[in-house]
Design a protein around this ligand. Structure first.
Ligand code: UDP
Length: 330
């Protein structure tokens, strides 16, 4: 059955993969994006698709958002500002987009009677977790404004379920990677950093001893988790979305090949992120399909996407993370 879907942040990295998946499944897709960090190139492969509609607006603009919600079956709320350092520098901007934006989406979805709202939450809410693999019941410890704003957004969505009966689910993502992850601007997301360094023939800036591990989750698996969540009848629930494993930075370097330089370990960084994914497996029947090895191989097939990305080195990393050390070293 063809459904009308709405994807906020549909021109972003994860959003564009979800849009692609929904179109492939035969659905109609309305993208809401203000193109602040979303990019037209992300939609280039399917921009002429007859089932795609793109609306350029800020997600917190309730007046413009409400009419776009009419007739929508499934809403996927991914629009948001990401990254740690800019969130420390501009907390109000993060609040406006991630918190006010989430309330605008929840309220517009409720008033329009949508059948499903799926929220893109972040595993950064766990901070430095006591338990790995980390279950959804772990204590909430946001450590910087980005993590806090994404967590408040989640609370809003779940409160709209409790108060108004809005059928909503929150998915907490762990280290999503894949083609189209952002290539310009802020220092962050290790894959973009390393692939640009590889193209430039420069050493990888490995943080600390590189033994820290991350639950790297491939983006098409994440798109699949969104669809599973929308198809289910479960509401008011939170699910971790992770790869089922955790992989060291050194093992990533090994798969990419090349030399390294080391940069200082950053304060407040977990040594390990690793999702306990039993809940989503049991309740939604979802499991990651793309292994780390295959995911990295696919990234290398698309390495040209990072041709114009900034090439970081030890000096520029130090500069870019100055506020990180300043504010999180407590
Ligand atoms: N990392 C690294 N070099 C870099 C950037 C990141 O070794 O230039 C490491 C970082 O220490 C972390 C992992 O890569 O263990 C993932 O970092 P990212 O910023 O992508 O995600 P997060 O730290 O938020 O999980």
């Amino acid at each position: 059955m063809t459904l009308q879907t709405l994807v906020t942040g549909g021109a972003g990295f994860i959003g564009s993969h979800l849009v692609e998946r929904l179109l492939r499944d035969g659905h109609r897709v309305r993208v809401v994006d203000n193109f602040s960090t979303g990019r037209e190139e992300n939609l280039a492969g399917f921009v002429d698709h007859p089932n795609l509609q793109v609306e350029n607006l800020d997600v917190a603009n309730f007046t413009r958002l409400l009419p776009l919600m009419q007739g929508v079956d499934w809403v996927f709320h991914l629009a948001g500002l990401a990254d740690i350092v800019p969130s420390i520098q501009h907390p109000l901007a993060y609040h406006a987009t991630n918190v006010d934006g989430s309330m605008a989406v929840a309220e517009a979805a409720r008033l329009s009677g949508v059948s499903r709202l799926i929220y893109a939450a972040s595993s950064t809410c766990y901070g430095l977790p006591d338990t790995v693999p980390t279950p959804e019941t772990a204590p909430i410890r946001p450590m910087y404004p980005y993590a806090l704003s994404k967590y408040i957004g989640e609370e809003i969505i779940l409160n709209w379920h409790k108060i108004y009966g809005l059928p909503a689910i929150s998915l907490r993502f762990f280290n999503v990677y894949g083609p189209r992850s952002r290539t310009t601007g802020t220092y962050g997301a290790v894959f973009g950093v390393f692939l640009a360094q590889k193209l430039a023939g420069k050493p990888y800036t490995v943080v600390g001893d590189g033994k820290q591990t991350r639950d790297f989750t491939y983006v098409t698996d994440v798109a699949d988790a969104f669809v599973r969540a929308a198809q289910s009848t479960v509401s008011g629930a939170i699910f971790n979305v992770g790869s089922g494993g955790t992989y060291s930075i050194n093992s990533l370097v090994e798969l990419l090949g090349g030399n390294v330089v080391h940069v200082p370990k950053r304060p407040g960084e977990p040594d390990c992120t690793f999702a306990d994914t039993r809940k989503i497996e049991e309740v939604l029947g979802w499991e990651a399909q793309v292994s780390f090895r295959d995911g990295v191989a696919r990234m290398l097939e698309h390495i040209e996407l990072w041709r114009n990305a900034p090439v970081w080195d030890t000096a520029s990393v130090e500069e870019a993370t100055r506020d990180w050390f300043k504010f999180l070293s407590k």
